[in-house]
Structures are given as C-alpha cells and as structure tokens.
Design a protein around this ligand. Structure first.
Ligand code: MG
Length: 336
C-alpha cells in the first residue's frame, strides 16, 4: 500500500483560549493510505499538552509507514505494533488508524458507521465551543452561535461568574462547562455550586488529573454530571476515575484512534459511566471519523471543524445542532 503524509495549517476564526493556553492556528498532519483502487485518509491533531507536535507526528509517521502491511483489515495487529513502538504518540497513531478504517470500509463499500453496526439516526447534538474571553467578546460569540442548541463554555479565568451571567442573560441554550483543569479544588467546589443557578448540563475536567481526594470533593458538591477529559486518555484510565466522575470524554487523538476509542467507550459503559465524544481543533477528516462513533455517545462535542476558516474537506454536517453522517463508503469525506 502507498503511504503519504502532508502537514496542514488550520486557521481559527477566533483566537482559541482555554484555561492553559491560547492559539490562533493549529498545525495538523494528514495521512493517505492507498491500494490500487481506494485511498483512506486520516488526520493527526497533536497537542503539546500530551507531548506531541506536528514535527514529532511527521517523524513518527515516516517510520510508521513501514509498520502498515498490505492488509487494511489487519487493524488489531497493526495498531498493537504501532502502540508498542510509539506509546506516547497517540495522535500520530490515530491518523494511521483512521486512514486504515477509511480504506477498509471503502473496500467493503459501506459507510464506517454501518460496518460498526451503528444507527446513523442516533447521532447526538453537538455542542459548539466558546473559548475564554472578555464577557463582551463572549457575548458576541454566543450570538454568532445562535444556531447551535448546545454550547460548551470554556471557563478557568477570574471572570467565570461574570461570563456565566452574560451568557445566561442572552440564551436558553443547553450549556456545558469545560474548565480544562483550570480550577483549584476550592474554586471548583465553589464554582459547581454556583453553576447550578445557571442550569448547566455538565461540568468537564474541573481539576487537573490526579488527586482522587480532591476529585471526590468536587464530585460530591456537583449537582450536575462531572465528565473527565484530560484525566482519561485510554481504556486503562477508566477504572481509576470511575468513582470520581460520571462520564468520560473520548477523543481519537488522546486514545490513538477508532479502535481504542471503541474499547474506551465500552470500558466506560461497563463502569456505568456516561460517554462524550470530543475532539481537538481538527479538519472534517478527524471530526467525521469521530462522528461515526457518536451514536454510541450521550454527548457529542465535535465542533473542531466549525471553529476554523479553511477546512479542506467536507464530511459530517450539522443540522439544527445534530450530527448528520455522510452516506459514502468509508468515513465519507471529500475535498472541498
Ligand atoms: Mg475538555
């Protein structure tokens, strides 16, 4: 099979600020894997927070190309080989995994969701993310997002409560909060109590990963579900958080692709937890791949492609907030 890689720069509509960082663009990497008839496409959206960047991804993929044999259906063996050689390079592995699933499903002539046995009518509503900003700018962004029935509000600055007042005065949309671990335990306990006044659907990653004692305090204080994101990378992280949170945010880039995401989802369910399927800043390639798994999730936060101005692809679309999966074989993305 032919293996090729290409970096892409995704420009953000607004500088994107979360509790720990601000960015104006995102450097991702595309992977194509072709046989004599079909081409599967994948994408890596590396995060410095998880120890990767576009250069490290390009290096990993150069070597990874020699790990991918001639059979795109040999996913288990290929991904085990890649994971043992590149344990810390989850987004690079995700790019290969997505491209292989895309290629294999194209060979089968079915959309990925169908191969996975999932019902495309069961996709959830996706939230639309509003980054940290001055209350006035947040208000403008909330107005721009009027077509989305669910908003994910990034908190973790000294203006959190002011921002919440501003938003609730403007909209009745469902509101999900993501602190990206930006609160101390005292702040988090205080905030989850206040957030009940704003009819908040859930709170994501109130604290940094670690400290079960602190997580327990916040979990007990929160009337709404607490979802773990940065605390859970793969299925082996679920057991440790199962009593401290109500759900997990599954991202292809954190866990290493579709195959591990399925394991992670099922592990979370086995622990009685809720499931959110989320993303990084990604083009429609990785977003669409994740959207095919979304019928398994309670919540979707698949808006990375909606936050950029130069998405090179068309795939999953959003109608009245709900994800609509493409019907073409594979993950079903085409160049824009
Ligand atoms: Mg998050």
């Amino acid at each position: 099979m032919l293996f090729s890689t290409r970096p892409i720069r995704l420009n953000l509509k607004h500088p994107f600020r979360i509790a720990r960082e601000t960015s104006e663009y995102k450097q991702n990497v595309l992977v194509s894997i072709s046989d004599d008839k079909f081409t599967g496409i994948g994408e890596a959206a590396p995060s410095v927070y998880y120890g990767e960047n576009a250069d490290s991804v390009m290096q990993v993929l150069e070597e990874a190309s020699t790990f991918v044999g001639d059979d795109p259906f040999a996913l288990e063996a290929t991904m085990i080989r890649l994971t043992s050689r590149f344990p810390g390079d989850s987004s690079a592995r995700a790019a290969v995994d997505i491209a292989l699933y895309d290629l294999a499903a194209q060979r089968l002539g079915v959309p990925l969701y169908r191969w996975l046995g999932l019902d495309p009518d069961r996709t959830p509503v996706t939230s639309f993310t509003i980054g940290i900003d001055e209350p006035k700018t947040v208000l403008n962004k909330v107005r721009e997002a009027a077509g989305y029935p669910a908003l994910k509000i990034k908190l973790g600055s000294e203006k959190d409560l002011k921002v919440m007042h501003t938003i609730r005065n403007e909209t009745d949309a469902r509101i999900r909060i993501d602190a990206n671990g930006g609160w101390t335990v005292d702040q988090a306990v205080e905030m989850v109590k206040h957030l009940s006044d704003f009819d908040v659907e859930l709170v994501e990653q109130p604290l940094p990963p670690g400290s079960p004692k602190d997580w327990n305090k916040v979990h007990e204080a929160a009337a709404m579900p607490v979802i773990a994101d940065e605390s859970v990378l793969t299925s082996s992280d679920v057991a440790d958080i199962a009593d401290l949170a109500d759900g997990v945010n599954v991202k292809l880039m954190k866990c290493g692709g579709i195959r591990e995401a399925l394991r992670l989802i099922h592990t979370a369910r086995a622990h009685g937890m809720q499931v959110m399927i989320g993303c990084m800043i990604e083009s429609s390639v990785a977003i669409t791949a994740a959207a095919h798994l979304s019928p398994l999730a309670d919540y979707a936060d698949l808006d990375g492609n909606l936050l950029i101005t130069n998405d090179p692809f068309i795939g999953v679309t959003v109608h009245n907030g709900r994800l609509v999966l493409p019907q073409e074989p594979g993950i079903g993305v085409v160049p824009r």
